[in-house]
Design a protein around this ligand. Structure first.
Ligand code: TYD
Length: 142
């Protein structure tokens, strides 16, 4: 049987953008622009210099993140591949799939990191220890 192709670790989802002489407006319609039903929206702002956030993976939660103001970097790590990308474009969102360790840093002072999530907050869905993350994904593959 052919094996299922592994999706790219970095997947961007473009939003609808309307720009004119007055400036820009971005639209996120869940059904059109986001690959899951949005159950929760949160945003990270006022991040202090030198801070790294995230440092966890989720067992089931899927998220799309975008900087609606400013910029930050995001490391994605699925246990085999690692990619670091810059979020500095409010016109598109980065998918943070389940079972991907992620870390955000290099927050600009004006950064507002908006996150759309597929489920309500549930601490039991977090894996906050990197070696537990590696063991957990190994178990999933066995
Ligand atoms: P956390 O997910 O650890 O933040 P980050 O990954 O950005 O470093 O969340 C920080 C705190 O906020 C933690 O006590 C959990 C709480 N929290 C909620 O209560 N609800 C939420 O939707 C989120 C994302 C966090």
């Amino acid at each position: 049987m052919p094996s299922t192709p592994v999706p790219d670790l970095v997947q961007w989802f473009p939003f609808q953008e309307r720009s004119d002489a007055r400036g820009s407006l971005a639209v996120i319609e869940g059904a059109r622009h986001i690959p899951f039903d949005i159950a929760r929206v949160y945003y990270v702002y006022g991040t202090q210099p030198g801070i790294c956030r995230g440092l966890h993976a989720h067992k089931k939660l899927q998220q799309v993140a975008t900087c609606v103001s400013g910029s930050c970097t995001m490391l994605l790590d699925d246990g085999q591949r690692k990619e670091t990308v810059t979020l500095d474009n409010p016109g598109k969102g980065l998918l943070i799939p389940a079972l991907v360790w992620h870390e955000m840093d290099d927050f600009s002072p004006d950064c507002v990191l908006l996150v759309l999530a597929s489920a309500p907050y549930d601490e039991a869905d977090y894996i906050r220890n990197y070696s537990e993350f590696k063991s957990y994904i190994q178990e999933q593959h066995n």
